[in-house]
Design a protein around this ligand. Structure first.
Ligand code: MSP
Length: 654
């Protein structure tokens, strides 16, 4: 039996929503997994959310909610986004799950038992945005984090340490024996020189906040979020069912910003926990950043795009597949690259419409059934030779986790197939030589069958649509059955062909203009500076939620309320305590995170909209909220929803 395949994405922080940058990694993982399945391998794909740490605890405090409630709300956005982008992870792990805590604590105990965790005192600098420790040398001028541009915070506290310093030699030997442990090779060199530069022991616990996995036998400490997060790749295989047969991971896909954690700390943790070299992850693939309008996409720069919204604006039927194709084709996987909507539209029209879609439309109009293949002539032989070469080169590229190269190889084959149609002139054969027409159509049908398999990892829906026109069922992978078309698959004569509508409907100028306008990158205000927080976001990461039926909506009790009193809550800048008349004998107490945008006096007497049947939530001892007021948020600013005209408190809102 061939080796199993196990691919992972980083688990995403939940202070953001899924955007094109995170979609890029998740789609790539999905593509590699689908490819391996077509090759007959048993494959597994894991993604999830990274929910602990000071960053999330602070974000929750600012929003006046608990970290768990924030995590529950945000994690689901990731879980729901991936299937909408054609991704089918086998598991979605959340670091706040009990199964994860059990797994990480077991790992901690093993390392502790091996003598590689000790209690000490930490004094140093920490960037909360990165959840990472920095030395002064590593920071930019003024003590600013090189990634976030914000000041690193001084931390001084009791901490458990991991004896990372003990592992430099073994790591270097491991890299020597496994030179493709990190790809691309330039990144392997970076990692090597970092380790050669000497490794300090690593602080792996914190005592100044609570939102994390408790350290076994010392509940004063929670684990450092990266110790907790990296372990997800292994804990997810342990429960609910035992999937440890997939270990070690075949490839961890990561952005270049988090390479050190995966290529140095993670293997060192595993070594300390007793994993032999053969049981360490096979590869860490560091891809570059996807930029948009020239800058890395990130929430703080307000230049993220919702991939789901973009795909559906492009085409409800094939937009997702087109976006998957374009992301992997345009930006060479491993390099930085700029994403542009112009490029997406261009590739949609040319690579997809004119090259792939057109080949299907050109091959199928002549007959309704596949005829006798007969004897192939030199044109057919030449085209098939290119087809075999495409299949070989694409497989080699996918095996090397290089989807961009695989697509280039497939498109070279498609170009040759279109060239074949030009030269074989089936429209002439139709009039003059029916036997020859049968040969041409059979050759093209077999080639299209092969292409439908080759594109399936990247464009699963298009593959199915193409196969339907060829009279073939959808592809079904099966462990042990290699379906890769190294040889063009043979098609028996008589098989039905079902020519349908063009697979990639043409977009007219108006449609193109609409997509361009809706997803134009935000203008830069002054060269390098990020768009100001209040600038209009032209391409917001609009969140697309699943449809709900009316009965679900009607369960919400929304009422008009009049604010009776409002006051600030001590030491919580954002929180206000309100009493609101919602037509009941007593006003309701509400806590609202609007303190930065409203002062108490301007609220009293205002008519607002309140969700009255939301579960009460305790913000602090004696500080409960019995409902929630509704507000719009734009660019970090909050504006309350009001009611037009005189409406009595308690009036229903529907
Ligand atoms: N939670 C950590 C990862 C823990 S893995 C054990 C984290 N999360 S993140 O949400 O900030 O980033 C997740 C991944 O998304 C990283 O690999 C990061 O490089 C990637 N990307 C974020 N923005 C991106 C782009 N604009 N382009 C490409 N990848 C991007 O780090």
């Amino acid at each position: 039996m061939t080796e199993r395949f196990y691919v992972t994405t980083p688990i995403y922080y939940i202070n953001d929503v899924p955007h094109l940058g995170s979609a890029y990694t998740t789609i790539a993982a999905d593509v590699l997994c689908r490819y391996q399945r077509l090759r007959g391998r048993e494959a597994r794909f894991l993604t999830g959310t990274d929910e602990h740490g000071l960053k999330i605890q602070r974000a929750a405090e600012e929003r006046g909610t608990s970290p768990q409630a924030l995590a529950d709300e945000m994690s689901v956005k990731f879980r729901e986004a991936w299937p909408l982008l054609g991704c089918a992870p086998d598991d979605f792990i959340r670091t706040s799950e009990a199964r994860h805590a059990r797994g990480v604590q077991a790992l901690w105990r093993k390392i502790h038992a091996a003598g590689d965790i000790y209690l000490g005192h930490y004094q140093g600098l920490y960037c909360v945005g990165c959840e990472a420790y920095y030395t002064e040398k590593e920071l930019d001028a003024g003590g600013l984090c090189p990634i976030h541009g914000t000041p690193a915070e001084a931390v001084e506290e009791e901490s458990y340490f991991f004896r990372l310093s003990r592992y430099a030699e073994r790591l270097l030997a491991f890299y020597d024996h496994n030179p493709s442990f990190v790809v691309p090779p330039s990144r392997m060199n970076e990692v090597r020189s970092f380790v050669r530069g000497g490794l300090q022991d690593l602080s792996i616990s914190r005592t100044t906040f609570r939102w994390g996995v408790e350290v076994p036998d010392d509940p004063r400490h929670v684990m450092y979020v990266w110790f907790d997060a990296l372990s997800n790749y292994h804990t997810a295989l342990q429960e609910p069912e035992d999937n440890r047969r997939f270990w070690p991971a075949s490839v961890h896909l990561v952005g270049k910003d988090i390479l050190r954690f995966h290529a140095v700390y993670w293997p060192a943790f595993l070594m300390a926990a007793g994993f032999p070299d053969e049981a360490l992850p096979r590869q860490v693939l560091a891809h570059g950043f996807l930029t948009y309008g020239g800058r890395k996409m990130s929430k703080s720069l307000r230049n993220t795009i919702s991939p789901v919204a973009l795909a559906s604006a492009l085409s409800p039927s094939v937009g997702v597949d087109a976006l998957r194709y374009c992301l992997l084709r345009s930006v060479s996987f491993g390099q930085d690259g700029d994403f542009s909507v112009e490029d997406l539209l261009q590739r949609y029209a040319s690579d997809l419409g004119n090259t792939l879609g057109n080949l299907v439309s050109r091959a199928l109009p002549f007959t309704e059934r596949v005829g006798e293949r007969g004897t192939l002539g030199p044109l057919e032989e030449a085209m098939n030779a290119q087809l075999r070469e495409s299949a070989r080169a694409a497989a080699e590229a996918f095996d090397a986790h290089a989807p961009t190269r695989a697509l280039e190889a497939i498109w070279a084959g498609l170009a040759a197939a279109n060239h074949y149609v030009d030269r074989a002139t089936p429209w002439v054969a139709k009039k003059q030589d029916p036997a020859r027409l049968d040969t041409i159509v059979a050759t093209l049908v077999e080639a299209l069958d092969a292409f439908s398999v080759m594109i399936a990892p990247v464009m699963p829906q298009v593959a199915t649509a193409m196969r339907a026109q060829l009279g073939l069922g959808p592809l079904r992978s099966e462990v042990g059955r290699d379906q890769w078309p190294f040889e063009p698959p043979r098609r028996a004569p008589g098989g039905e062909l079902r020519r349908g509508k063009p697979i990639f409907p043409r977009l007219d100028d108006g449609q193109r203009a609409l997509v361009l306008k809706a997803f134009a990158p935000p203008e830069e205000s002054d060269g390098a500076a990020p768009a100001a927080a209040g600038a209009p976001a032209q391409a917001p990461a609009r969140e697309v939620k699943p449809l709900v039926d009316y009965a679900t909506f009607a369960k919400m009790e929304l009422r008009v309320g009049t604010v009776v009193s409002a006051e600030r809550i001590k030491r919580k800048d954002r929180l206000l305590s309100l009493r609101v008349d919602v037509g009941e004998p007593e006003p309701r107490s509400l806590v609202a995170g609007i303190g930065q945008d409203y002062s108490p006096p301007e609220l009293v007497g205002r008519r607002i909209v309140v969700l009255c049947n939301l579960e009460p939530r305790q913000f602090a001892k004696g500080l409960d909220s019995h409902g929630m007021l509704l507000a719009a948020e734009d660019g970090g600013k909050v504006r309350l929803l009001g009611v037009d005209g005189e409406v009595a408190p308690g009036a229903a809102v529907r």
